[in-house]
Design a protein around this ligand. Sequence first.
Ligand code: FES
Length: 188
Amino acid sequence: MPQTILTDQVTSHETTGTKHHPPFEADRAIEKEANARIDQYPAEQKRSAVLPLLHIVQSKFGYISSDAIEWVAAKLDVEPIKVEEVVTFYPGLRQHAPGKYHIRVCRTLSCAMGGSYELMDKICELAGINRSQTSHHNPVAVSPCGTWSVEFAECLASCGSAPVCLVNDDFHEDLPAEKASELLESYK
Ligand code: FES
Protein backbone atom coordinates (compact mmCIF):
# COMPACT_ATOMS: atom_id res chain seq x y z
CA MET A 1 0.00 0.00 0.00
CA PRO A 2 1.40 3.42 -0.84
CA GLN A 3 2.58 5.31 2.21
CA THR A 4 1.09 8.77 2.47
CA ILE A 5 1.23 11.07 5.46
CA LEU A 6 -2.25 12.49 5.94
CA THR A 7 -2.69 16.10 6.90
CA ASP A 8 -3.14 17.23 10.48
CA GLN A 9 -6.66 18.32 9.54
CA VAL A 10 -7.69 14.71 9.14
CA THR A 11 -5.41 12.99 11.63
CA SER A 12 -6.48 15.22 14.56
CA HIS A 13 -9.99 13.82 14.63
CA GLU A 14 -10.41 13.18 18.35
CA THR A 15 -13.09 15.06 20.28
CA THR A 16 -14.83 14.62 23.60
CA GLY A 17 -17.24 12.40 21.67
CA THR A 18 -14.54 9.89 20.69
CA LYS A 19 -15.25 7.68 23.71
CA HIS A 20 -18.75 6.99 22.41
CA HIS A 21 -17.56 5.38 19.20
CA PRO A 22 -15.61 2.19 18.64
CA PRO A 23 -12.10 2.64 17.20
CA PHE A 24 -11.84 1.81 13.54
CA GLU A 25 -11.18 -1.86 12.92
CA ALA A 26 -11.27 -3.68 9.60
CA ASP A 27 -12.92 -6.83 10.90
CA ARG A 28 -14.45 -9.60 8.81
CA ALA A 29 -17.91 -8.05 8.81
CA ILE A 30 -16.82 -4.70 7.37
CA GLU A 31 -14.46 -6.41 4.91
CA LYS A 32 -17.37 -8.51 3.66
CA GLU A 33 -19.69 -5.52 3.40
CA ALA A 34 -17.07 -3.45 1.61
CA ASN A 35 -16.22 -6.23 -0.83
CA ALA A 36 -19.91 -6.61 -1.71
CA ARG A 37 -20.10 -2.89 -2.55
CA ILE A 38 -16.87 -3.00 -4.58
CA ASP A 39 -18.16 -5.98 -6.54
CA GLN A 40 -21.02 -3.81 -7.81
CA TYR A 41 -18.53 -1.89 -9.97
CA PRO A 42 -16.39 -3.02 -12.89
CA ALA A 43 -12.95 -4.02 -11.59
CA GLU A 44 -11.24 -1.19 -13.46
CA GLN A 45 -13.64 1.33 -11.88
CA LYS A 46 -13.72 0.09 -8.33
CA ARG A 47 -12.50 3.46 -7.09
CA SER A 48 -16.10 4.58 -7.73
CA ALA A 49 -17.03 2.68 -4.57
CA VAL A 50 -15.29 5.30 -2.44
CA LEU A 51 -18.48 7.00 -1.23
CA PRO A 52 -20.31 3.76 -0.35
CA LEU A 53 -17.27 2.58 1.60
CA LEU A 54 -16.95 5.88 3.44
CA HIS A 55 -20.63 5.74 4.36
CA ILE A 56 -20.15 2.23 5.73
CA VAL A 57 -17.24 3.44 7.85
CA GLN A 58 -19.14 6.47 9.16
CA SER A 59 -22.24 4.47 10.04
CA LYS A 60 -20.21 1.92 12.02
CA PHE A 61 -17.63 4.15 13.67
CA GLY A 62 -19.32 7.56 13.78
CA TYR A 63 -16.67 9.34 11.74
CA ILE A 64 -13.87 8.70 9.29
CA SER A 65 -10.48 8.47 10.95
CA SER A 66 -7.12 8.48 9.21
CA ASP A 67 -6.88 4.72 9.77
CA ALA A 68 -10.20 4.32 7.97
CA ILE A 69 -8.98 6.49 5.09
CA GLU A 70 -5.90 4.29 4.72
CA TRP A 71 -8.09 1.19 4.73
CA VAL A 72 -10.51 2.53 2.11
CA ALA A 73 -7.57 3.57 -0.08
CA ALA A 74 -6.06 0.10 0.15
CA LYS A 75 -9.40 -1.53 -0.72
CA LEU A 76 -9.69 0.63 -3.83
CA ASP A 77 -6.00 0.62 -4.82
CA VAL A 78 -5.73 4.39 -4.72
CA GLU A 79 -3.49 6.79 -2.84
CA PRO A 80 -4.92 7.76 0.58
CA ILE A 81 -4.83 11.40 -0.50
CA LYS A 82 -7.51 10.58 -3.10
CA VAL A 83 -9.81 9.31 -0.36
CA GLU A 84 -8.91 12.26 1.86
CA GLU A 85 -9.95 14.60 -0.95
CA VAL A 86 -13.41 13.05 -0.96
CA VAL A 87 -13.71 13.16 2.83
CA THR A 88 -12.73 16.82 3.00
CA PHE A 89 -14.98 17.78 0.06
CA TYR A 90 -18.29 16.55 1.49
CA PRO A 91 -19.33 18.18 4.79
CA GLY A 92 -21.61 15.19 5.38
CA LEU A 93 -18.55 12.98 5.79
CA ARG A 94 -17.37 13.57 9.32
CA GLN A 95 -13.65 13.95 9.99
CA HIS A 96 -14.14 14.33 13.72
CA ALA A 97 -15.97 12.22 16.27
CA PRO A 98 -19.50 13.44 16.99
CA GLY A 99 -21.15 13.07 20.37
CA LYS A 100 -23.15 10.07 21.55
CA TYR A 101 -26.22 11.88 20.22
CA HIS A 102 -25.61 13.83 17.04
CA ILE A 103 -28.26 16.48 16.34
CA ARG A 104 -28.69 17.77 12.81
CA VAL A 105 -30.87 20.88 12.67
CA CYS A 106 -32.34 21.86 9.32
CA ARG A 107 -31.50 25.44 8.35
CA THR A 108 -33.15 25.64 4.94
CA LEU A 109 -35.85 28.25 4.26
CA SER A 110 -38.95 26.76 5.87
CA CYS A 111 -37.10 25.66 8.97
CA ALA A 112 -35.08 28.88 9.18
CA MET A 113 -38.30 30.89 9.06
CA GLY A 114 -39.85 28.52 11.58
CA GLY A 115 -37.09 29.11 14.12
CA SER A 116 -34.36 26.53 13.47
CA TYR A 117 -31.57 29.00 14.28
CA GLU A 118 -33.20 29.72 17.61
CA LEU A 119 -33.56 25.97 18.14
CA MET A 120 -29.85 25.47 17.44
CA ASP A 121 -28.92 28.27 19.85
CA LYS A 122 -31.09 26.78 22.59
CA ILE A 123 -29.67 23.26 22.14
CA CYS A 124 -26.14 24.66 22.32
CA GLU A 125 -26.99 26.67 25.42
CA LEU A 126 -28.47 23.64 27.18
CA ALA A 127 -25.69 21.24 26.14
CA GLY A 128 -22.84 23.72 26.69
CA ILE A 129 -21.77 23.55 23.06
CA ASN A 130 -19.60 26.26 21.53
CA ARG A 131 -20.10 26.44 17.76
CA SER A 132 -17.61 29.25 17.17
CA GLN A 133 -14.94 26.90 15.81
CA THR A 134 -17.18 25.21 13.25
CA SER A 135 -16.52 25.67 9.54
CA HIS A 136 -17.52 24.24 6.18
CA HIS A 137 -14.91 21.52 6.60
CA ASN A 138 -15.69 20.86 10.24
CA PRO A 139 -19.38 21.63 10.79
CA VAL A 140 -19.73 19.50 13.93
CA ALA A 141 -19.47 20.97 17.43
CA VAL A 142 -19.37 18.64 20.44
CA SER A 143 -20.35 19.27 24.05
CA PRO A 144 -17.62 19.20 26.74
CA CYS A 145 -19.07 15.93 28.09
CA GLY A 146 -19.11 14.31 24.65
CA THR A 147 -22.78 13.33 24.93
CA TRP A 148 -24.10 15.85 22.44
CA SER A 149 -23.00 17.25 19.12
CA VAL A 150 -24.73 19.54 16.66
CA GLU A 151 -24.53 20.45 13.04
CA PHE A 152 -26.71 22.39 10.65
CA ALA A 153 -28.21 20.36 7.80
CA GLU A 154 -29.87 21.33 4.57
CA CYS A 155 -33.53 20.49 3.85
CA LEU A 156 -34.51 17.25 5.57
CA ALA A 157 -37.58 16.87 3.34
CA SER A 158 -40.23 17.71 5.89
CA CYS A 159 -40.70 21.42 5.20
CA GLY A 160 -44.39 21.36 6.17
CA SER A 161 -43.55 20.49 9.77
CA ALA A 162 -40.72 22.96 10.28
CA PRO A 163 -38.56 23.31 12.23
CA VAL A 164 -37.18 19.79 12.18
CA CYS A 165 -34.07 17.97 13.27
CA LEU A 166 -32.51 14.53 13.36
CA VAL A 167 -31.06 13.04 16.54
CA ASN A 168 -28.90 10.21 15.26
CA ASP A 169 -31.51 8.49 13.05
CA ASP A 170 -34.61 9.77 14.91
CA PHE A 171 -36.66 12.43 13.14
CA HIS A 172 -38.26 15.23 15.18
CA GLU A 173 -40.81 17.64 13.69
CA ASP A 174 -42.56 20.82 14.85
CA LEU A 175 -39.74 21.55 17.24
CA PRO A 176 -39.52 25.18 18.33
CA ALA A 177 -36.69 26.30 20.60
CA GLU A 178 -39.01 26.04 23.62
CA LYS A 179 -39.02 22.25 23.15
CA ALA A 180 -35.22 21.88 23.07
CA SER A 181 -35.04 20.97 26.75
CA GLU A 182 -37.73 18.32 26.34
CA LEU A 183 -35.83 16.91 23.35
CA LEU A 184 -32.56 16.53 25.24
CA GLU A 185 -34.34 15.11 28.29
CA SER A 186 -35.88 12.39 26.14
CA TYR A 187 -32.39 11.01 25.43
CA LYS A 188 -31.15 10.92 29.03
S1 FES B 1 -36.66 23.33 5.01
FE1 FES B 1 -36.38 22.09 6.77
S2 FES B 1 -37.18 20.19 6.13
FE2 FES B 1 -37.26 21.38 4.32
